[in-house]
Design a protein around this ligand. Structure first.
Ligand SMILES: Nc1nc2c(ncn2[C@@H]2O[C@H](COP(=O)(O)OP(=O)(O)O)[C@@H](O)[C@H]2O)c(=O)[nH]1
Ligand SMILES: [Mg+2]
Length: 431
């Protein structure tokens, strides 16, 4: 009797150990693959970063008058980071990026699944926080799930392993898997009318707390940086969580949503009456208008029933159709480079004008000295006038203007080479 109980206990412990061993060996295999997946870096992305760490600081040191130098550097660095991403994952960046964001369990993953026409490829759904690694989903006739390593390598991820990548699994690893595997790339059968050119980004939700290690701070940062990079944003709210925009939702939308198409989806709407839904979506539209946030429309949707039940302004389907156009990451990056060098050119121009006006004022002063006190006073003032003249900074050398033009062109050339941008992006300096 006693022996049976001991036997059972040992068996239980053995099973537990076997499960732990399997999980550890799965993690080990995943990390080893992530480590090995290292493609050659793209020469033009490398050149961009060389310009940024070599030529640009030399130019910026010589050009001392730009007040917004920190902003210029930040813009250039952000272009550098995005360019590296585009070089590593060109398949994704040919698409127009639409980011799905919102609270945990609002139904972001279910929303994407509701458009996937393939029972074998599903994003993980659940009542607890599930999506720990962002997924990039594009339409493809050859369905696949690829893990993307931080180095830009890719390898096939078995659906069973993919389904394990929950917050709980990732936390049990003891290190942050998303540092090694920033995202998963999913090719799935999606309706071409809405998604031929679109890449949907499924982000982790970011509600504070909810049993996530750092209270959701990292998830919020990640959702925010993905939303910023995207060309459009779909904000998801669960009708079961109140069906309204919270103050923190509005703050997020104000922070990242401006200047890009925004659509709000109220999900799980099959659980409410149509009258309630009309009230809820109108209230959402009012709250957004109250904060000065532009929204294309608000949809009362059901991911489970795969249909829109009501809408305010533009319907979800019209929004998706309108956004189904090829991505244009290169142009946005070129615009940012032009913004930086326009700032430098304007500052160089201001400097040239200021110094020339000071020179003229000095000349007038010398003439007035002569008029008032004749050659005696002029002789007496000569050393002071000479000192003043010397103290005027030298006009910005045409050399600096030339360097600014050259750097702008070189940065743009790198972008064009990485993104395959064909248009002759304007690189006209200010005159
Ligand atoms: N009733 C209902 N439940 C839904 C719907 N969409 C999602 N859910 C459920 O809501 C929970 C969270 O969904 P999930 O897609 O994982 O949310 P996410 O965290 O925003 O990605 C899951 O249990 C889903 O089954 C819907 O349209 N109706
Ligand atoms: Mg999810």
């Amino acid at each position: 009797m006693l022996q049976d109980a001991a036997h059972e206990r040992v068996e239980g412990e053995l099973e537990e150990l076997a499960a732990k061993h399997e999980s550890t060996s799965t993690m080990y295999q995943l990390v080893a693959k992530l480590h090995d997946a290292k493609p050659e870096p793209h020469a033009s992305a490398v050149e961009f970063n060389r310009l940024l760490s070599d030529d640009y600081p030399r130019f910026a040191d010589a050009e001392s008058s730009l007040a917004e130098e920190a902003k210029a550097l930040m813009l250039l660095q952000s272009v550098g980071r995005e360019l590296e991403m585009i070089a590593r994952f060109p398949d994704i960046h040919r698409h127009r990026m639409i980011c799905l964001a919102g609270g945990f369990s609002a139904g972001k993953s279910s929303f994407i699944n509701s458009f996937i026409d393939d029972p074998k490829i599903r994003l993980a759904e659940g009542v607890r926080p599930v999506t720990a690694i962002p997924s990039y989903v594009v339409a493809s006739d050859a369905p696949s799930i690829q893990a993307c390593s931080i180095n830009g390598g890719q390898f096939e991820l078995e659906p069973e392993l993919y389904s394990k990548l929950s917050h709980a699994f990732v936390q049990s690893m003891g290190f942050n898997l998303s540092d090694l595997m920033p995202f998963v790339f999913i090719g799935a059968r999606l309706n071409a009318e809405f998604f031929e050119h679109v890449c949907l980004i499924d982000t982790p939700g970011y509600n504070a707390g909810h049993g996530v290690a750092d209270g959701g701070v990292r998830d919020r940062q990640q959702a925010s940086s993905l939303a910023r990079q995207a060309d459009g944003l779909i904000w998801m709210i669960g009708v079961d969580a109140g069906g309204v925009l919270t103050a923190s939702d509005l703050e997020f939308l104000k922070e990242v949503g401006h200047k890009k198409p925004l659509y709000v989806v109220l999900n799980k709407c099959e659980t409410k009456s149509e009258d309630d839904l009309v009230d809820l979506i109108e209230r959402i539209a009012d709250d957004l208008a109250g904060q000065g946030i532009d929204v294309a429309g608000v949809s009362a949707y059901s991911a489970i029933e795969q249909r829109e039940i009501e809408c305010h302004d533009e319907s979800l389907y019209a929004f998706l159709r309108k956004n189904n156009v090829p991505g244009d990451a290169g142009t946005a990056l070129v615009e940012r480079i032009n913004e930086v060098f326009d700032m430098y050119d304007a500052s160089l121009l201001r400097d040239t004008r200021r110094i020339s006006m000071q020179g003229k004022a000095l000349l007038n002063l010398a003439l007035e000295c002569y008029e008032v006190g004749g050659s005696d006073l002029r002789e007496k003032m000569k050393p002071t006038l000479a000192r003043l003249k010397n103290s005027l900074s030298a006009p910005p050398a045409p050399e600096l203007c030339r360097q600014s033009r050259e750097l702008r062109e070189k940065f743009i050339e790198c972008i064009m080479s990485v993104t395959g941008l064909q248009t002759s992006a304007s690189a006209e300096p200010l005159s």
